[in-house]
Design a protein around this ligand. Sequence first.
Ligand code: ADP
Length: 232
Amino acid sequence: MPVIRVEKATKQYNEEGRTLYAVRELSLTVEQGDFVFLIGSSGAGKSTLLKLIGGELSPDQGEVYLNEVNIYKAFGPWRTRVARSFGIVNQECQLIRKRTIADNLLLAAAATGMRRKGQEAARKALSIVGLSPVADCYPAELSIGECRRVELARALVNSPPILLLDELTANLDDDTIWDLMHLLNELNSRGTTIVMATHASQYVNIMRRRVVTLVDGRLAGDVRNGKYGRIV
Ligand code: ADP
């Protein structure tokens, strides 16, 4: 049974009287334990698709299901369950500058109702990304690579079964990207489902995971053991 099922989803924007399709009639299923690289040029619809899956944007047409629950019709406990299922790293930095790293993680835990176990969860998430020593630092004191790792820790704080990662590796040096990819591999081998938008072509080619290619908001390719740019 697919954990995520996107069915003919369309997200459109109207600008100056013209309709722009960010995602168009796109269908995709992701199984539990999949590791999916979402690729495509800038503006292809990768971020929009991730936000549709994670419940941050609702489709204008079509449906998105998480374990057969329509996430846009979920309410009450189902809504909380949906929110706890995803660990999300967006392109925009989500860390609050005036809070320490530990506080940032605690806030993320509290946002999905995990306040009681927050301390322990924050400590564990920072340790997974190898950044326990920065718990009392502020975001401005960290390098870009450390910030991205902290954002990953923030996404992991509730031990979600699914990670949705948007350009996690953008603007990072090769060593840092490699460390992150190792970490993601490790998380995936323990069962975490990963959907990751990226331009890091050389790593996509080395890792040979499922590669989903978007072109102009449509699904142009979906290849297991895929390579960057190869759509069949
Ligand atoms: P990608 O992540 O592949 O770069 P996006 O999903 O960010 O692509 O964007 C897909 C298309 O939708 C782009 O043409 C972008 O300009 C447009 N778009 C995204 N968000 C908005 C928005 N809030 N308002 C208008 N257009 C948008």
